[in-house]
Design a binder for this molecule. Structure first.
Ligand SMILES: [Fe+2]
Length: 394
């Protein structure tokens, strides 16, 4: 077997693994639930599923394989920019058996094309070089799985697939007792000076355009929380300020709080990171604690501090339980070049969106890296968003 055919096998396996996860997520649901609109800010699951398949058809079958699409111009209904989330249920999208058949048929064609392409490091097409476009597709499906999990929090009685239960907010790594302080944790000092920010190269053959180019930034010394702000710290804050509770927090009847996602009433682990808070709420907590949100450069610099994992101020990059809001607007890095399409990041640059760093329990482990930039509107709370605080040295 040549190196290239074995790497093609590995890509095929990972495409299949991503699809297996997608199917596991919807396995407990019926067609009515797949088509239902649960929230104006989230697509019906049927749209996400059709979009996953259509994106695969567009890139792996039409672009790479130079083949005609299966359903004419159906793709325009799955364009995320053209079709805002609140209007997606009114589109003539594929549903039920037709939708499942489309997912399967596109995948068959994509694997067929994969057999014929040159994915070597010397491939003339940058989309194919080192499997870039395939890695992009795998990452895309993973990210839509997380979006689907946002919606699934609203489905009463939904049971997470086994592989996700262990990582979910109900079970997880707990901060040590000394870290459960009201202010949100012990802090670590990061030295000022030059820090490298951005993706050093293509990790697994792929990073998003917005993580590049890598550059050196000059940072003043700062301190940053060792762990994200916990449920316990947030409950203390609510008691003292009367602020709004996070999304999916309900009263337990005894003055405390329970997690009411998926229609349940589960105890909230006081040591787990708080999630489902908006940027505005995170910013208000930080001010109350006499701190501030870190800039995204500070967050990344702290995540990259070398040393054994135990010494890494933010834990190993794979420790993500919550996305973490930063103080930063989502802007292009100097020298940014859109690739392979402008709609991934470029159209979102500006002061409308805030950057989140890290990754949540619902993020695929393969996609966690210090340079990854997520973004959303500052009022949004349906994402698995928490935060940690920073401050200037005293
Ligand atoms: Fe997408």
């Amino acid at each position: 077997m040549t190196a290239q055919s074995s790497s093609k096998d590995a890509i095929g396996d990972r495409l299949e693994a991503a699809r297996k996860r997608t199917y596991e997520l919807i396995e407990p649901l019926d067609d009515e639930q797949l088509n239902r609109v649960y929230s104006p800010i989230l697509s019906p699951l049927a749209w996400d599923l059709g979009h996953i398949a259509n994106f695969e058809e567009l890139w792996l079958v039409q672009t790479v394989g130079e083949r005609e699409p299966l359903n004419g111009d159906l793709g325009r209904f799955y364009d995320a920019i053209e079709n805002p989330r609140k209007s997606r249920n009114e589109l003539p999208i594929l549903r039920d058996a037709e939708l499942r058949a489309y997912l399967a048929e596109v995948r068959e064609r994509a694997l067929d094309v994969l057999g014929d392409v040159d994915l070597g490091p010397d491939s003339a097409d940058p989309l194919l070089r080192d499997g870039f476009v395939y890695e992009m597709l795998i990452a895309h499906e993973h990210q839509h799985n997380e979006t689907m999990l946002q919606l699934l929090q609203m489905v009463d009685g939904y049971e997470l697939p086994d592989g996700l239960v262990a990582r979910s907010r109900f079970v997880g790594q707990s901060a040590t007792k000394s870290e459960r302080t009201a202010e949100g944790g012990t802090m670590v000092a990061i030295e000022g000076g030059e820090h490298e920010i951005g993706a050093p190269g293509l990790e697994r053959g792929f990073v998003y355009d917005n993580e590049r180019p890598r550059r050196t930034v000059e940072l003043a010394p700062f301190e940053i929380d060792r762990t994200p702000v916990s449920n316990g710290a947030y409950a203390t804050y609510l008691a003292e300020t009367g602020a709004e509770p996070p999304l999916y927090w309900g009263r337990d009847g005894e003055g405390g709080w329970v997690d009411v996602a998926m229609g349940r009433r589960e105890p909230l682990d006081p040591a787990q990171p708080v999630i489902h808070v908006s940027w505005h709420e995170a910013d208000a907590f930080a001010r109350w604690a006499g701190k501030r949100l870190p800039s995204e450069q500070e967050w990344e610099a702290a995540a990259r501090v070398a040393g054994p994992d135990d010494d890494n101020p933010l834990g190993p990059p794979g420790a993500g339980q919550a996305w973490e809001w930063t103080a930063s607007d989502f802007l292009a890095y100097p020298g940014f070049e859109a690739y392979p399409y402008e709609e991934y990041s470029q159209v979102f640059f500006g002061d409308t969106y805030k950057v989140l760093r890290g990754g949540s329990w619902a993020t695929h482990r393969e996609d966690l890296r210090p340079s990854f930039r997520n973004w959303d509107l500052p009022e949004r709370r349906q994402i698995f968003s928490g935060f940690r605080c920073a401050r200037d040295p005293r």
